[in-house]
Design a protein around this ligand. Sequence first.
Ligand SMILES: [Cu+2]
Length: 121
Amino acid sequence: MVTVNGRFPGPRIVAREGDRVVVKVVSHVPNNISIHWHGIRQLQSGWADGPSYITQCPIQTNQTYVYNFTITGQRGTLFWHAHISWLRASVYGSLIVFPKHSVSYPFAMLNPEDDYKSFRV
Ligand SMILES: [Cu+2]
């Protein structure tokens, strides 16, 4: 089973819009692999997107690759996952992007219970 640092799902990454994300991946699996930052707009960092054989060569066993990208114009919960052949359906984790400190959320802050009640007939 593919894990990240022995964890499945893999670690949660929490960032703020405008942050630079730097993740060093050292592959200890017998397969070639990469990590896809699913949904992240890779502005001027397309080589950090992660799909093997599309934006990068896969990371070979015992080799290292450093992903380095800046989150621009996005907030919300995305995810990352392994990305080559069937390993796409293996390890994954969340990537949570908060708004910048000076920017409010693009929705009203509601009590989930109140939100639920508003949909009841
Ligand atoms: Cu993906």
